[in-house]
Design a binder for this molecule. Structure first.
Ligand SMILES: *[C@@H]1O[C@H](CO)[C@@H](O)[C@H](O)[C@H]1NC(C)=O
Ligand SMILES: *[C@@H]1O[C@H](CO)[C@@H](O)[C@H](O)[C@H]1NC(C)=O
Ligand SMILES: *[C@@H]1O[C@H](CO)[C@@H](O)[C@H](O)[C@H]1NC(C)=O
Ligand SMILES: *[C@@H]1O[C@H](CO)[C@@H](O)[C@H](O)[C@H]1NC(C)=O
Ligand SMILES: *[C@@H]1O[C@H](CO)[C@@H](O)[C@H](O)[C@H]1NC(C)=O
Ligand SMILES: *[C@@H]1O[C@H](CO)[C@@H](O)[C@H](O)[C@H]1NC(C)=O
Length: 484
């Protein structure tokens, strides 16, 4: 149970309201149950190996879960399962979430599909199965923090998808604002809004703080990612062309009421996954290791979030004992690129480790960098609008913008990775670009490290940033978002 429902139930004056609401909403959800065999909220994601996971919702009990698919006609069929999902509040908004895996796809082949059951089929969509050839240079759209209201980048993203720009989309946490709200109908609406892109391009996710309500139940139920079913989509990894992508939960470090042990559990999984990705045969095939998770280790915003702290929880782990900090782990296993969101802005960092910048060239700091590169892209657009930056730029901050927008990434080959930032405010103008170039991938620890600037200097800059934090913006840190 969450704080909201606990408080709600405890307040006796609310008991009558509760009963009235419960009765009326049983009637309301009854309406949903008696209608709606039509599939909606259709979205797809990469499954294990060369499979695709198709997920959709209906509002009618007892429907089958069928995907008809094929390369030129719908001559194949895959069956899945439906799970009843009741939004975990007092309104009993009920839907059936259907999940089917389309297995054994031929790499790089375009498939057409429709999903549903004889009582109601979706329209026909198509997707391209993941390629397996070494010449594939996957293109990916990246963003976090996109809501149902004020989803400013959404139409441009859909336009990009319709022009076939992307092989996949990574949504780096914080969906809908929030999926559980409006009795879960904010989530339904959001899932319908993203369908034009999410039904045709794999929509890969990680959880953010806005998913925390009732132990991330909306997130866990509405999305279906590859990997261990026990992780509930909270952490998983997959390969895409020359990259191994690791998605994980930063939220375990903040919502500890759901189980502190989850931090340790995930940490061990991360280490095992990184070890495996670094086995010579694996790293040769997928040299880029890219992480995606919601809350950054570093940022220069003025909101006092975790990333503005010199010892952020994500970076250094549990305070004082410094257990389960992720910066050392990612450094040790040679993570190349770390993608974050949470701050409603865009920030590109110079290669960084332990608050030192490690670059080997002043012309392109991203040429053979000797530490991971971080990008924070949380400005897709949501009801909470922008997060502003502190006036002073941190020495490791290379570019920042509060424009609404999103990031495009193209992993050209084993040595070249390109990223650019699209400003929706500037009508699609590309406002930032980066070429990350590496001839070797692997653990950084054995290399001769050069750094700029010196520690004390970084510290002073960092403290200055903290002092400039004039807006006590704690909204993302607590359950207060749930209050209505
Ligand atoms: C695939 O989808 C696109 C966009 O909806 C459409 O233009 C195209 O005709 C479809 N292709 C097939 C083979 O159905
Ligand atoms: C890619 O997959 C196809 C079909 O499964 C297979 O024939 C081919 O050998 C694979 N190519 C590589 C490079 O693994
Ligand atoms: C939250 O969910 C996870 C499974 O995803 C479970 O292991 C954990 O025990 C749950 N926490 C609580 C407090 O129910
Ligand atoms: C790293 O980049 C900074 C900023 O561009 C530059 O001043 C510095 O000289 C570079 N370091 C090295 C070792 O090239
Ligand atoms: C930051 O800069 C703006 C514009 O120059 C100024 O109005 C504001 O007072 C500055 N804030 C702080 C905390 O220095
Ligand atoms: C990798 O891609 C870059 C950018 O397209 C290109 O300049 C470079 O020659 C490629 N390297 C190899 C080994 O193909």
């Amino acid at each position: 149970m969450t704080k909201l429902s606990r408080n709600f139930l405890l307040a006796p004056s609310h008991l009558v309201t509760f009963l009235v609401l419960a009765l009326t909403t049983i009637a309301v959800s009854g309406r949903h149950l008696s209608s709606g065999p039509q599939p909606e909220q259709i979205h797809i994601s990469y499954g294990e190996d060369y499979s695709m996971i198709i997920t959709w919702s209906t509002f009618m009990r007892g429907l089958n879960t069928i995907v008809q698919y094929g390369t030129s006609s719908l001559d194949h069929v895959a069956y899945g399962k439906a799970q009843r999902f009741i939004n975990p509040d007092l309104y009993f908004h009920t839907q059936y979430i259907h999940v089917a895996t389309v297995p054994n796809l031929q790499p790089g082949v375009k498939y057409i599909y429709r999903c549903g059951a004889p009582e109601g089929w979706s329209k026909q969509f198509n997707f391209t199965a993941k390629r397996n050839d070494s010449s594939w240079a996957p293109a990916i759209a990246l963003f976090g923090d996109m809501g149902s209201a004020n989803a400013q980048s959404l139409s441009r993203l859909i336009q990009d998808v319709q022009q076939n720009l992307y092989d996949a989309i990574f949504h780096v946490g914080d969906f809908a604002y929030d999926m559980h709200k409006g009795h879960g109908e904010v989530g339904d609406k959001f899932m319908r809004q993203i369908q034009p892109m999410a039904a045709v391009v794999p929509y890969m996710t990680c959880p953010g703080n806005h998913e925390a309500y009732a132990n991330f139940s909306n997130y866990k139920n509405r999305f279906h990612m590859p990997g261990d079913i026990d992780s509930n989509n909270m952490f998983f990894s997959f390969d895409i062309g020359p990259a191994h992508v690791i998605s994980f939960s930063t939220e375990y470090y903040f919502f500890i009421e759901y189980g502190l042990y989850q931090i340790e559990h995930q940490y061990h999984w991360l280490e095992a996954d990184l070890k495996k990705a670094n086995e010579p045969a694996n790293r040769a095939k997928h040299p880029w290791i890219i992480t995606m998770a919601h809350r950054p280790m570093y940022c220069s915003n003025n909101d006092k979030d975790d990333c503005t702290k010199s010892e952020s929880l994500i970076r250094k782990g549990i305070p004082i004992i410094h257990a389960y900090g992720l910066e050392d782990l990612f450094y040790k296993y040679g993570v190349d690129l770390e993608i974050w969101a949470h701050e409603h802005s865009y920030e590109r960092l110079l290669p960084i480790y332990d608050r030192h910048v490690y670059n080997t060239s002043s012309i392109n700091p991203y040429y053979k960098p000797e530490a991971p590169v971080h990008i924070t892209t949380g400005s897709a657009g949501c009801s909470e609008k922008h997060d502003l930056f502190a006036n002073k730029t941190a020495p490791w901050s290379a570019f920042r913008s509060v424009d609404y927008g999103y990031t495009r990434m193209k992993i050209h080959n084993s040595s070249h990775l390109y990223m650019e930032q699209v400003s929706d405010d500037k009508h699609g103008e590309v406002i930032d670009k980066m070429w990350l170039i590496k001839d070797k991938h692997g653990p950084y620890k054995d290399r001769a490290l050069k750094y700029y600037p010196k520690t004390e200097e970084s510290l002073r800059h960092m403290e200055a940033i903290n002092q400039k934090s004039i807006f006590a913006n704690q909204k993302k840190m607590s359950f207060r978002v749930i209050k209505k």
